[in-house]
Each structure stands twice: as C-alpha cells, then as structure tokens.
Design a protein around this ligand. Structure first.
Ligand SMILES: Cc1ncc(C[n+]2csc(CCOP(=O)(O)OP(=O)(O)O)c2C)c(N)n1
Ligand SMILES: [Mg+2]
Length: 379
C-alpha cells in the first residue's frame, strides 16, 4: 500500500520594503489601492520618531534614578506601529505585553501612562474609559488567553470586533500560548496572534528557545492561517495584519503573524546584553533599523529631507518633555487608593482593619495596639 501524505504545509515570508528602502510596487497594492498612501507613510514615520525619542528618554530617566525598570522598544517600532495601524481604534482590542508601546499610543493610551507604569505607579495601568486595551502583561504569556477570551466574547455577542495580542518569541514556549491557540482555533475566535520575534528572550537566543524552524509554523497545528513577515518593514506588517484582522472580522477565525525583528537595546535596564550577544549581530540589525529604512524610502520619493527630519526630531523632543512633565507632575497617590481602587465598598472587616493600620506610620501593626480599635470596629 502506498504511503500517503496526509498533510503538508509551507510558510511564506512577506517583505515589501527592503533594507535599502526600495518598495515592491506590485505587492504593495491591494485591490487597486496602495497598502499605505504617501501621506500615511509620512505620518507614521513622524510617529515612529516620537516613539523612539520617548523610548530613549525613558532609558535615561531610569539611569538617572527617575524610573524603576524599563524595557526598551527600540528597533521594534515598525511591528508595533504597522499592526496598530491595521487595527481599528476604539473598536478592536489590543492585548499587549510590554514591547509595543507605539501600538498602544496609537489606540489612545496617553503616553505618560507607560512612564507611570514603569515608575511603579498603579495609575499607569488604569486604562481610560473607551480606550480598548488591557494593561501591560508582565507575566509572559497570560495575555494571549485573555485576548482569546475577549475575542470569543465578541463572537458570542456578534460584535464585529477583533482582539490582537502581542507576545515575544520566548512566550511561544509557554503552556498558556498553546492553550490560547488551541482554544482560538477550535472556537474560531476573532483573534490575531502577533508574535514579535526579536531573536532573544532575555539571554536565551531564538535557536535555543525552540526546535521549530520558524515560529509561524507553530500555528499550523492549531489550524489557523499563518505568515512570517519582515517585522522591520512597515508595509509588510500593515498588509499582513490587515489581512488577518479582515479575515477575523468576516468570521474567518484566528490568524498568526510572526514579525521578525530585533531588540536593539538590552532586555530591560536591569540587563547588560553585551554579556551574551555578539556586537557583530547587533551591528547587522542596526543596519536594518525600521526608521532608517523608512527614511530612505521617503527620501527617494522626495517626501522627506534633512529639514523635515530636524523639525520632526525637535517636535518629538518637545512632546517627550511634556509627557515626562505629566508623569512626574502627577499628585502623589493616597495610601487608601489601593483599597478604594481594588475593593467595592463596604470593605470586608479584615481589609478594613488593614486599611486602618496603613493609616498609622507602622505598617502591619494591629489596630488594637495602635489605639485604633474603636475606629476599626465602627468601619
Ligand atoms: C511567566 C513568566 N515567566 C518568566 C518571566 C521572566 N521573564 C521576563 S521577560 C522574559 C523573556 C521573554 O522573552 P520574549 O517572550 O521573547 O519577549 P521579549 O522580552 O524578547 O520581548 C522572561 C522569561 C515572566 N515575566 N513571566
Ligand atoms: Mg524575544
């Protein structure tokens, strides 16, 4: 009896804009329309400059003791901006980790919230009403399950909305990733799994992370369309994400995108990548910086020049100064906030006791000893 092939698959790699800023004009048109108009590219490039400036300034804030820890997004801006641009603001739902700030800003998160988060201020996580996203997920992988649940709810309610979740290459080794993918595939939830393969999970290189030749092929097992894109190519990211979102919105279920990019900075400010990665690798990827590529493209088309660059950088610096002012100028949180924000009133007796105790200068002191007994009993 002949041996039959019961399944075969291939993974496509999509690139529209090469490292020299040359666009594949044929692929960059969909249904007679350009993937991005000139006006949109200029706007998104300016936005990229703003996000990079804020990112580099956040690093300096940490180094000068004005912020706790910070994971730089540097180098991954095309992936965040391209995918964020493809999603509909106020309609689609972003479910991030911590390396796609630019997508969150695009969808209405005030920029100083990111600084507040990394300054350890909980108010940075209180997403404003009407802004469709969850707070940053620091546990690796949990957010993919949340996204799947959110998308499933959209499907049950028959709302034409899509969830897009962001995660790294390392996160695809987590059990949560596989559970989310399996559920999304089985229930055809309208969710886009957007993996930023930046080649490293702290000090673990991509090759050591998984025996899978591509990250994209992991999605095949869960029955969803999957593609690998050049994650430093704004055009390719927009095209792939738009396809995936449109498919999900039309009832076509989940999709997977592996955006191949690179972390140009350390993992976080608590890391020193020089201890584990070759400088030659970093140099190669500096040459593939998404900002450089986009600028080359714009200059070739005469849509950009030195003067516009200087003006955009100046504008970005002024904006960053305002963002820092907003984060550092916020009134100090009250000790009570943690209770008032977390619990519905009235507080359970034990929690009320804790609140009373916190009002004294001695944390953890029993109110009976602190002379607060009467107050605690009345609460
Ligand atoms: C559940 C869990 N395990 C471990 C960690 C510690 N940790 C923080 S970042 C990280 C690596 C994540 O790598 P990747 O998913 O590739 O994302 P990247 O930081 O490269 O963007 C790990 C293991 C964590 N935050 N959560
Ligand atoms: Mg990574």
């Amino acid at each position: 009896m002949p041996i039959k092939t019961v399944y075969s698959a291939k993974i496509e790699h999509l690139q529209l804009l090469d490292e020299n800023g040359v666009l594949d004009e044929r692929l960059a048109v969909v249904g007679g329309k350009p993937v991005l108009t000139d006006e949109e590219v200029v706007h998104l490039y300016e936005f990229m400059i703003q996000c990079r400036t804020l990112d580099e300034t956040a690093f300096k804030l940490q180094r000068s003791g004005r912020m706790g820890t910070y994971p730089q997004n540097k180098g991954q801006e095309a992936a965040a901006i391209g995918s964020g641009f493809a999603a509909k603001k106020g309609q689609d739902f972003l479910v991030p980790c911590y390396r796609e700030n630019a997508a969150l800003f695009m969808h209405g998160l005030p920029m100083h919230y990111i600084l507040l988060h990394w300054m350890g201020d909980e108010r940075g996580n209180q997403i404003p009403e009407g802004v469709c996203m969850t707070p940053l997920s620091i546990p690796i992988g949990t957010q993919m399950l949340h996204a799947t649940g959110i998308a499933w709810a959209f499907k049950i309610r028959k709302e034409p909305r899509v969830a897009i979740t962001y995660f790294g290459d390392g996160a695809t080794s987590e059990g949560d990733f596989h559970e989310a993918m399996n559920f999304a595939g089985t229930f055809q939830a309208p969710v886009v799994f957007f993996c930023q393969n930046n080649h490293w999970a702290i000090s673990v290189p991509r090759e050591t992370q998984t025996a899978s030749e591509t990250i994209a092929q992991k999605a095949i097992a869960y029955g969803m369309p999957t593609v690998q894109v050049d994650g430093n190519d704004l055009f390719a990211v927009v095209k792939a994400t738009r396809d995936a979102i449109e498919r999900a919105r039309a009832g076509g279920g989940p999709s997977f995108i592996e955006a191949v990019t690179y972390r140009l900075a350390d993992h976080t400010t608590a890391d020193d990548a020089r201890r584990y990665r070759e400088s030659a690798e970093l140099e190669m990827w500096v040459g593939r910086d998404p900002l450089i590529r986009l600028r080359k493209y714009l200059e070739k088309k005469d849509l950009w020049n030195e003067k516009l660059q200087a003006a955009a950088e100046e504008k970005a610096r002024a904006m960053t100064a305002e963002v820092i002012k907003a984060a550092e100028g916020i009134e100090k949180p009250a000790v009570d906030d943690i209770f008032n924000y977390t619990f519905a009133q009235p507080l359970p007796a034990e929690i009320e006791k804790q609140r009373q105790t916190l009002r004294t200068s001695s944390l953890g002191q029993d109110p009976q000893q602190a002379g607060l007994q009467g107050e605690a009993q009345h609460a």
